[in-house]
Write a protein that binds this ligand. Structure first.
Ligand code: SF4
Ligand code: SF4
Length: 386
């Protein structure tokens, strides 16, 4: 059976914006050369027999320019033609041009972008002018038929405006994907913007309610993913699966890491594309062994947790980087995960065991009966039908 894998390709760590809670470098940071890109393609050609998704990530990947993508997309698609290859790109859209949009449209590359809510809230945490620049890029992308979804980072500040932010996504018809701001590993005030696990849990429950209330009007990706996890009893996104061995990231110089979040941290380099490492070589590297050790730690630490099968201890990056690479605990967002998984399971059980029986329900849909509010079962049904 084929096991799809994920490559995050980071053409540069540079980024033109200066979001308060981010760690990217200055705009002039080195960009991946075409020689390195060729090495990446040659490494991937024989790395695995499974289908791959290649996500261009950053920094800001559009800084690499149209010429880079004109070469990268056919080169990678060609190298992975036997296995099957899908592309995606995560960008703030500032440097979107008609030229880049044309190339991306040719390969139907879906775009993920970032906007933290209405202009005022967004620009407070992402910098003056961010909102307008992203929206200009969005218009160019849409004019070329590209699909764009938005990640919304909730911080300690913006979570107090959750109603306004949700309304913004609803009114604009944007799909909402939430990302909690993490303590910065590089800033002088690591907790300044970070969203606490308790607040994150409350926010997820709020978004579950909103997703049910506005079913059919908006997709809240996290809620869909969490429900899918509970429904299938296995993790369906990287945070809730054993990502080790099935996700890798490649930095601008061709170094291979377990995930884009580790890029630029020398201790987490697993190998280099020029050496054509096998999956076994990467697993045997110190970073590969650390990731494996995290998986084993989760088996013990979370053994009694009802959600272990579809949570898997959350994200290893969140768990091990704050302690300098020592495995002392699981993802600090455990509290939030437990809260939302408990909530979904409780509601599901309630709907299953307290629903009116077929005998009681009016099969002819009496007009007098007030229609029940959609619950998680209805949402799961919609997700399954997609
Ligand atoms: S380290 Fe975290 S963000 Fe990266 S692939 Fe694993 S779960 Fe996902
Ligand atoms: S909810 Fe917490 S205890 Fe349960 S599996 Fe996830 S990280 Fe482990």
């Amino acid at each position: 059976m084929k096991t799809p894998f994920h490559i995050m390709l980071v053409p540069t760590l540079g980024c033109p914006s200066h979001c308060a809670y981010c760690w990217s470098s200055e705009e002039g940071s080195p960009v991946m050369s075409i020689e390195t890109l060729r090495e990446v393609a040659e490494w991937l050609r024989d790395f695995r027999d499974d289908p791959a998704t290649v996500t261009f990530h950053g920094g800001e990947p559009l800084l690499a320019g149209a010429a880079f993508y004109r070469q990268a997309l056919p080169m990678l698609a060609g190298a992975l033609s036997r296995q099957g290859c899908y592309f995606a790109l995560q960008t703030n859209l500032w440097r979107m041009t008609p030229e880049i949009a044309e190339v991306l449209a040719e390969y139907r590359v879906p775009l993920g972008s970032s906007i933290d809510g209405p202009r005022e809230i967004n620009d407070l945490q992402r910098g003056d002018g961010y909102f307008d620049k992203t929206m200009q890029g969005y218009e160019i992308a849409r004019a070329h038929g590209l699909d764009v979804s938005f990640i919304c980072t909730f911080t300690r500040h913006s979570v107090e405006h959750r109603e306004e932010i949700f309304q913004f996504f609803l009114e604009n018809g944007f799909t909402l994907k939430l990302h909690p701001a993490l303590p910065s590993l590089r800033g002088s005030e690591p907790e300044k913007w970070a969203l606490s696990p308790e607040k994150y849990g409350e926010l997820l429950v709020y978004l579950l309610d909103q997703a049910l209330e506005h079913m059919g009007e908006i997709d809240v990706m996290n809620i869909n993913d969490l429900c899918r996890c509970v429904f299938t009893r296995r993790g369906t996104v990287c945070t809730f699966a054993d990502c080790m061995g099935n996700t890798f990231a490649i930095g601008p110089d061709g170094s291979i890491y377990p995930c884009y979040r580790f890029i630029g941290m020398p201790a987490y380099v697993m190998g280099h594309v020029r050496d054509r490492p096998t999956a076994e070589d990467l697993a045997a590297s110190p970073a590969g062994q650390l990731m494996q050790a995290y998986k084993e730690f989760v088996d013990g630490h979370c053994g009694e947790c009802a959600h272990i099968g579809y949570c898997r201890g959350g994200c290893p990056y969140n768990a091990i980087t704050p302690t300098g690479g020592e495995i002392k605990d699981v993802d600090p967002h455990c509290t939030a995960y437990k809260r939302i998984f408990d909530e979904i399971n409780d509601r599901l059980n309630d709907e299953m065991f307290n629903a009116p029986s077929m005998m009681e329900a009016n099969p002819f849909g009496s007009r007098r009966r007030k229609p029940a509010k959609p619950g998680v079962m209805t949402l799961m049904h919609r997700i399954a039908m997609k």
